[in-house]
Design a protein around this ligand. Structure first.
Ligand SMILES: Cc1cc2nc3c(=O)[nH]c(=O)nc-3n(C[C@H](O)[C@H](O)[C@H](O)COP(=O)(O)OP(=O)(O)OC[C@H]3O[C@@H](n4cnc5c(N)ncnc54)[C@H](O)[C@@H]3O)c2cc1C
Length: 403
């Protein structure tokens, strides 16, 4: 059992940390101010493209991707995990390094299952950071935590597929750079339950794709990334846009979730770690009732509990990443479920304590805490609600130990 990172990982952590300190934290205000004051909220602050160019020039680019035709950093899940934590410390961090969701999952799917033509058309510009993408599975009409419920239809008509359905909470679809969506729907409603679904590439400018509205999280539309409700009304794409074979959609969706969950959990651990650091600074420099807040026992207790919570979640997530590298996603399913149950709730609790210690400012736009809290709360639903993971983990554990 090894509790330290390799020299290669340590060196990359130092470089990503250096980049975050020199360029990213200081750009957060400019980024948000641009969106707030822009006539059109769905435009990209120029600072983002400037930072992406800098990170790319420094070779801090596509670090999430193991290897694809000369792209990617050749890192294992365990090696990438601490980098994901460092980038996750800022809500704009992951995108700067071309390592943000849902592009990372979409790129992995295209690298693994895409045809050469699909990779040339969509994967390469994604890897270059020229375009962005969305993943459209969830539907307002059905309980979408059970992916077999999905109703959207993908019907073969000649050499085309015709897509009809309504999706919501489609992150990133309103970003003007979002040029492609991976849409999940049913190609054969009569097939066995887990082979009814397929995934298909739909360019965002295809006739019949209508963005209906921006969903809000706690009252915020999360522009310019956002989460769109979208109607697919007789949307026609070439049959060659199907990913893998018809009926493989469910299996492909399962495959993308392993690394994606490690990334989300590590980003949240980064958020929680930064929240503790902000909390320490704030309470050391604020006096109430004659003494520093940092001298209050209850504040110290909150900080102590928080650092224990973060370290526990970090170790568990790194163990899940190592297990994924050693065996496979399938054989690491128990640990992946554990981190998905533990890390978002942990981050929500730790960030909540930090907000409380900051007083009213903690809920405002003047720290990253409110945004990070919303993110932690979101991930308790996205990529599978807590209860779905608990149900699956509980089942696995009962099977393992029942006589
Ligand atoms: C900010 C945000 C961004 C998102 N981005 C995307 C995206 O980009 N693409 C996309 O396709 N979707 C996205 N989603 C949607 C998300 O993946 C779904 O909300 C999630 O899968 C749950 O589906 P549902 O909302 O239909 O809840 P439902 O399936 O209706 O479930 C409701 C609740 O029922 C309970 N429940 C469900 N199953 C069980 C069980 N087995 N045991 C006990 N209780 C259970 C849980 O508490 C669950 O929260 C996003 C959501 C949010 C909030």
């Amino acid at each position: 059992m090894q509790f330290s990172h390799s020299d290669k990982t340590e060196s990359l952590i130092a470089r990503v940390e250096g980049f975050m300190n020199d360029h990213v934290y200081t750009a957060e205000k400019e980024y948000h101010d641009y969106v707030e004051t822009s006539d059109n909220r769905w435009t990209i602050p120029p600072i983002m493209e400037e930072l992406k160019a800098k990170a790319k020039a420094e070779g801090l680019w596509n670090l999430f991707l193991a290897d694809f035709e000369g792209y990617g950093a050749g890192l294992s899940n365990l090696e990438y995990a601490p980098l994901s934590e460092t980038m996750g410390r800022s809500m704009i961090g992951s995108e700067v390094f071309n390592c943000s969701a849902p592009d990372t999952g979409n790129m992995e799917v295209l690298a693994r299952y895409g045809t050469q033509a699909q990779r040339d058309t969509w994967l390469k510009p994604l890897l270059e950071g020229e375009i962005r993408s969305a993943f459209a599975m969830t539907e307002p009409a059905v309980a979408s935590s059970d992916a077999t419920n999905i109703q959207c239809t993908i019907d073969k008509q000649g050499d085309e597929y015709v897509i009809n359905g309504r999706k919501w909470w489609i992150s990133g679809a309103s970003d003007p750079r979002c040029k492609i969506m991976i849409v999940m729907g049913k190609t054969d409603a009569n097939a066995p339950r887990h082979t009814q679904q397929s995934q298909i590439l739909v360019p965002t400018d295809t006739p019949g794709v209508k963005i209906l509205r921006a969903m809000k999280v706690f009252g915020s539309d999360d522009a310019p990334h956002g989460h769109a409700e979208i109607e697919f009304d007789n949307v026609r794409v070439p049959a060659s846009n199907i990913i893998g074979a018809p009926g493989e959609g469910f299996a492909i969706a399962q495959g993308r979730l392993g690394p994606g969950r490690i990334h989300h959990c590590m980003r949240l651990i980064g958020c929680a770690q930064r929240a503790i650091e902000l909390m320490c600074d704030r309470v050391e420099n604020r006096v109430a009732f004659g003494k520093k807040l940092s001298e209050q026992g209850s504040i110290r207790e909150d900080i102590a509990r928080s650092i224990c919570d973060v370290e526990q979640a970090r170790l568990l997530t790194l163990k899940a990443a190592a297990r994924m590298d050693e065996v496979s996603y399938k054989n690491a399913r128990d640990l992946i479920a554990m981190i998905k149950i533990v890390a978002p709730s942990m981050a929500q609790t730790v960030i909540d304590r930090a907000m409380q210690a900051h007083g009213a400012m903690g809920l405002s736009q003047d720290t990253f805490l409110a945004e990070a809290f919303a993110y932690a709360r979101t991930v308790r639903l996205a990529d599978g609600p807590d209860q779905v993971h608990m149900s699956s983990l509980g089942k696995q554990i009962i099977r393992r130990y029942a006589g």
